[in-house]
Design a protein around this ligand. Structure first.
Ligand code: PSU
Ligand code: MN
Length: 302
């Protein structure tokens, strides 16, 4: 085990006993939601995972360590740090360890650390993807490259329409990453339950997903998988409604020259303002829903 990996006693005990563990990212806490909703969300997500029979392992970088399984105090520390924490993707990990800064892990870096710890199932809200206009701005999230090579399954609410859904699916196909819908043929679009695109496979149960993942890795097909779980009906927003706000936020981002790692947090915050908080409520509901499914898959995966 590498000297930078620091696994909490609870998570280590579960891993040693081959009990189900679900990894959680931390950029969603620091950059994805405002304080104090982010602390509440992070703690509720852990509760949901426990209620469904698995042990939660929130991942972040603190004090020069890759931490797997944050304490409540550490979650609060990160939540309060907010945008002052570094948003850490693959390229940033070594620098944040060396400088002992506080780093919030994205989907890409959470997958890396989860794999180091031996955790295969990871729940989040949304993944990064191919941004609209990628044919000129080249903005393609490192999350997709990580999904191409790291053996961790990511349970999310599909692909957010701040991204180009069609291009993201094409990229994933090229890289051999399966996109499994949970009880849906249509690719969920994060705030909305469906989109004009189709998933690769409509999976009916956590067992079916766990079995497929096991076979994939047992036969040596390296790389991740996406399990796209539609947001619960009572929290969903209509595609037309949300798209109008997303279009406006994208225009503002262009006008203000916001790009690179700042674009996703900017768009999430702006869409939340424009929807008067509705999108934040939707975001929290879908994360909890994903945590539940992830725990169920982790239980079947044992
Ligand atoms: N989508 C969300 N909330 C988030 C993110 C994405 O709805 O918090 C975060 C995740 O950590 C994801 C990252 O890995 O943004 C992607 O950022 P980028 O597009 O800069 O790669
Ligand atoms: Mn990007």
């Amino acid at each position: 085990m590498n000297e930078f990996l620091s696994i909490s006693p609870e998570v280590q005990t579960a891993l040693n006993a081959n009990k189900p563990v679900v990894a959680l990212e931390s950029t969603i806490i620091s950059h994805g939601m405002p304080c104090p909703q982010n602390v509440e969300m992070a703690q509720k997500v852990e509760d949901v995972i426990r209620q469904n029979g698995a042990v939660p392992a929130t991942i972040a970088i603190m004090d020069g360590k890759l931490k797997v399984g944050l304490t409540a105090e550490e979650i609060e520390r990160l939540a309060k740090e907010g945008l002052a924490a570094a948003k850490v993707s693959r390229r940033d990990i070594a620098f944040i360890l060396a400088s002992k800064k506080i780093g919030a892990t994205t989907v890409a870096s959470t997958m890396i650390v989860a794999a180091m710890a031996g955790i295969k199932i990871f729940a989040t809200g949304g993944i990064g993807g191919v941004h609209r206009g990628a044919e000129t701005n080249m903005d393609i999230s490192a999350d997709l490259e990580e999904l191409a090579k790291t053996n961790v399954a990511v349970i999310c609410a599909g692909i957010k329409s701040i991204l180009d859904l069609g291009l993201t699916l094409e990229y994933l196909e090229t890289k051999g990453v399966p996109v499994m819908g949970y009880q849906t043929d249509s690719l969920p679009a994060f705030y909305a339950r469906s989109s004009q695109f189709e998933v690769d496979y409509n999976m009916q149960s956590p067992e079916e997903i766990a079995t497929t993942l096991k076979i994939k890795w047992d036969i040596g097909l390296n790389g991740g998988a996406i399990i796209a779980n539609p947001v619960p009906e009572d929290a969903a927003m209509s595609e037309a409604e949300i798209n109008q706000y997303i279009d406006q936020a994208l225009k503002e981002a262009t006008a203000q020259n916001i790009a690179g790692k700042n674009i996703t947090p900017f768009l999430l915050a702006r869409v939340s303002e424009l929807t008067k908080g509705q999108s934040l409520k939707t975001n929290i509901a879908l994360v909890l829903n994903n945590a539940k499914l992830a725990a169920q898959i982790a239980v079947c995966f044992q």
